[in-house]
Design a protein around this ligand. Structure first.
Ligand code: CA
Length: 233
């Protein structure tokens, strides 16, 4: 399982420890030391998960989590709070702000990696290694194989990521800018019509087995992966 993880932590020793362990676990890690730098990073590209220290210089981790939860674009990014505090009241406060989990320092690297994996499974299924199968189409993130009605398909890397995201979040409509954030990881430097180009390529690859019908255009909104043909626009 590989995820892009943003670590917001102001203590250099802990920053280094976390980054080393997450990198060893196969993740891509970006570390920043305060809320401002974290916000800049998030504006540039949405991470798959954020590890957020409670006590930061300037804006606190709690306030930052609250802000991200209040904004449409960042609302669903999984957040794990890190804190030196251990009492039950703080834990409840942390979870109330919308954090997905809460880890008290000092923690073992193994525990940290396990908790991240659990949250990713729950919140960002496209970042896990679980195969997805919908409507006779099966995508395996580990072997990078796609099987359509018994036939092996080959896709470019972007089409593969796009299909993986759509399948892992099926039946929901995703706007072009959401897809850029989630699949390209960057909505600033890529034009929205890029999404249409890759959707077109993806549909072309799925056409032979008629699975292209699973990718629906929702006029004025974006795209949806759906096993039911009802509701197609
Ligand atoms: Ca701190």
């Amino acid at each position: 399982m590989t995820a892009n993880i943003l670590v917001v932590e102001d203590e250099p020793a802990i920053q280094v420890l976390i980054a080393a362990n997450l990198t060893r676990a196969g993740h891509d890690v970006v570390t920043v030391a305060d809320a401002e730098a974290a916000q800049r990073q998030v504006n540039q590209a949405l991470p798959d998960l954020i590890l957020l220290d409670w006590m930061l210089p300037g804006m606190s981790g709690i306030d930052l989590a609250r802000r991200w939860r209040g904004e449409e674009r960042t609302r669903s990014v999984p957040i794990i709070m890190l804190t030196a505090r251990g009492d039950e009241h703080d834990k409840i406060l942390g979870l109330e702000t919308g954090a997905d989990d809460y880890i008290t320092k000092p923690f073992s690297p193994r525990e940290l990696v396990a908790r991240i994996k659990a949250v990713l499974r729950r919140r960002a299924p496209q970042a896990t290694e679980d195969a997805v199968e919908i409507g006779g189409l099966r995508l395996d993130p580990v072997t990078h194989r796609i099987n359509a009605g018994g036939r092996e398909l080959s896709l470019g890397p972007t089409e593969f990521r796009l299909l993986h995201f759509l399948m892992a979040h099926s039946e929901r409509v995703h706007s072009r800018s959401q897809l850029l954030d989630q699949v390209w990881g960057d909505h600033v430097f890529v034009e929205e019509r890029t999404v249409d180009v890759h959707i077109r390529r993806l549909r072309a690859a799925l056409e032979a087995t008629a699975h292209d019908a699973l990718i629906q255009t929702v006029r004025g909104s974006g795209y949806r992966f759906s096993a039911s043909l009802k509701g197609a626009d």
